[in-house]
Ligand binder design. Sequence first.
Ligand SMILES: Nc1ncnc2c1ncn2[C@@H]1O[C@H](COP(=O)(O)OP(=O)(O)OP(=O)(O)O)[C@@H](O)[C@H]1O
Length: 234
Amino acid sequence: MLDIEGLTRHYGTETAVDGLSTRLARGELTVLIGRSGAGKTTLLRCLNGLEQPDTGTINVDDAPLAATDAALVFQAGALVDGKSAVENVLDGALSREPAWRELIGWHSPDEKRVAIERLHDVGLAGYADRPVEALSGGQQQRVGIARALQQQPDVLLADEPVASLDPETGRSVLAVLARAVSEHDLFGLVSLHQPELADTVAGHYLGMADGRLVLDRPAAEVDSDDIEGVYANG
Ligand SMILES: Nc1ncnc2c1ncn2[C@@H]1O[C@H](COP(=O)(O)OP(=O)(O)OP(=O)(O)O)[C@@H](O)[C@H]1O
């Protein structure tokens, strides 16, 4: 299990995350919802080490989570234009390769093979050499997921990854995320402003209001009133 215990993060007098405790299960996608400013992004950034919590612990199977074990998929892909899909995926391995290799654009054959596999995982087999700016928004998000998987994370995080996509494309990208979490047996946490797009792939829901958890339940036990209740809070 991934255990978050008493997590608190302040910004000046603002308490973005306020004593939050929960557990995530491996292999299932947890959907994080809440109004703007509820603290979702701060929680995700604490999980991948971009923010240090003021207090609290994050443990995987009783050992502290290392920042390098968590990979984040960003809202709008955050890909490097001018590079191909596979080159962007290979960027996910940078932390494991010497900097000189990136400088001269050399990657080990093993890393390349894995990168092609990751593109296959996200339904982009055959797109490896395509420049990312020539891909659709949904395809770019899939490359972002493949790049995160290339980091070989234990925790896959995504911060509003479908915010800029139409609903049908958004659903398909969330399905790719859920499948990756299940197939690689990862902890998966995705923040969303349109929770209905995840109703067929969510395993668990967390709802935040004013930095606190107001919903923490398996998806099978969550109905639309529960979801609306989260947005009524705060
Ligand atoms: N770098 C920062 N400096 C100061 N305050 C911040 C910073 N980041 C977040 N906050 C504040 O912390 C609170 C939680 O913000 P956060 O971005 O985590 O919310 P959110 O639920 O992700 O919102 P949204 O859905 O709009 O992305 C907000 O009140 C926000 O203004």
